[in-house]
Write a protein that binds this ligand. Structure first.
Ligand code: NDP
Length: 390
């Protein structure tokens, strides 16, 4: 029987890789809904070629173009953030959550409320509202499968293993575009320089987050929220080749490493076909050719985001939502060349400090409204910090 699938964030890097995999197995899937932010041309093209039931664009200004491009096809259309969330409610067996940023949370929750399987690439939703997301999945009998390569790696290393025998989890990091720059030069790095990832081909925002290690910082928090490991058991390690994605260490000293080429189609394909494994169009590694893997300790002077992530993991409550909102505001300001590369750390640190006085910050959010309110307040504080730097 064909599986009904939807892709939230279909026009992005993860969304397009998901579509590649679906196209490679014609006849296995019925596409229910595809959503995008503003790229009407790509959305319409994919909706037509995959015969989707529904195409939704978040940005109202782009709606006219979507309607024109899909005229006469019989594909339903809608626009606006609420329509994106409604698309996630449409019955499907498997839904990819690949919207970038906190905007992915409301549709992610809506998808879980229909008790389906959610393939979660949108790490920001776990960082901002981990207990809410995991609790919603439990309440509605839904399943979350991790798509971030590191978390897919940990998930795979844990298959058949007793979770209480896990001693530590090591999440690897490539170090991003600027990993070999002298620390004192980082402050003057440009958007173009920070956007040139040495190994992974990803969206611009996550690529810059890789250079600043805010991406790894989000992933450390994501590891705690998804797997429930204590913060002091979660480590990061710089591994420039990006071949080992994560390692899980057990009480008997054994270490399970997940090794594969830096290609998101592996983690996406694993989630798409779980619990089965099917042949995927990814490179097979030749270790003799690779020769060696290298590792470095993460330097928190170069990457203060890692220290901030540890503080957030210890603090818990709503601090993840503050961290993510401040990070998103700081990244926007860096991309708009309002602040420098290292200023992003200062903006997040200042916002966390200012928001620490907020009543109830130590209590985890229990509703979407609480998350959105924390996000809103944190963005105001972050804008103040950005203005103070400018
Ligand atoms: P992209 O920027 O490439 O794509 C983002 C997608 O979200 C696009 O479809 C975009 O639409 C849509 N979108 C953007 N803003 C909104 C909004 N406000 N409302 C609705 N839709 C919106 O991101 P990536 O594919 O790189 O990343 C997606 C998620 O997956 C992120 O959370 C990222 O951290 C995570 N991830 C990504 C990896 C990668 O390799 N790229 C690896 C692991 C995790 P449009 O194209 O129209 O703007």
């Amino acid at each position: 029987m064909k599986r009904r699938v939807s892709i939230l964030g279909a026009t992005g890097s993860i969304g397009q890789s998901t579509i590649d995999l679906i196209r490679s197995r014609p006849g296995d899937f019925d596409v229910v809904a595809l959503t995008a932010g503003r790229n009407a041309a790509q959305l319409a093209h994919d909706a037509k070629s995959l015969s989707a039931e529904l195409a939704v664009i978040s940005e109202p200004d782009a709606y006219g173009e979507l309607v024109d491009r899909l005229a006469g096809t019989g594909i339903e259309t809608a626009c606006g953030p609420e329509a994106v969330t409604e698309a996630a409610r449409r019955p499907a067996d498997w839904i990819m959550s690949a919207i970038v940023g906190a905007a992915g949370l409301p549709p992610g929750l809506a998808a879980l409320e229909q008790g389906t399987t959610l393939a979660l690439a949108n790490k920001e939703s776990l960082v901002t509202a981990g207990p809410l997301l995991m609790g919603t999945a439990r309440r509605f009998g839904a399943r979350i499968l991790p798509v971030d390569s590191e978390h897919s790696a940990v998930f795979q290393a844990l298959v058949g293993e007793p979770v209480d025998a896990v001693e530590r989890v090591i999440i690897t990091a490539s170090g991003g575009a600027l990993r070999d720059w002298p620390v004192e030069d980082l402050a003057r790095a440009t958007v173009a320089e920070a956007s040139a990832h040495p190994n992974w081909d990803m969206g611009q925002r996550i690529t810059i987050d890789s250079a600043s290690m805010f991406n790894k910082a989000l992933e450390l928090i994501e590891t705690k929220e998804f797997f429930g490991f204590a913060p002091d058991r979660i480590e990061t390690l710089v591994h420039p080749e990006s071949m080992i994605h994560a390692m899980v260490g057990f009480t008997d000293g054994a270490l399970m490493a997940h090794v594969g080429p830096p290609d998101m189609r592996h983690a996406i394909g694993y989630a798409l076909n779980w619990p089965d494994r099917v042949s995927l169009p990814v490179e097979r590694l030749d270790f003799a050719k690779l020769g060696q893997f290298t590792f470095r300790a993460p330097d928190e002077t170069r990457w203060p985001a890692l220290r901030l992530a540890r503080e957030v993991m210890q603090a818990g409550g709503k601090s993840g939502a503050v961290f993510n909102a401040a990070k998103e505001a700081a990244l926007d300001a860096f991309i708009a060349t309002r602040i420098g590369f290292m200023d992003m750390n200062a903006v997040v640190e200042t916002t966390l400090a200012k928001m620490s006085a907020l009543r109830g910050l130590e209590i985890s959010p229990v509703s979407l409204d609480e998350v959105l309110e924390t996000d809103r307040l944190a963005r105001i504080r972050a804008q103040e910090a950005i203005a103070a730097l400018g």
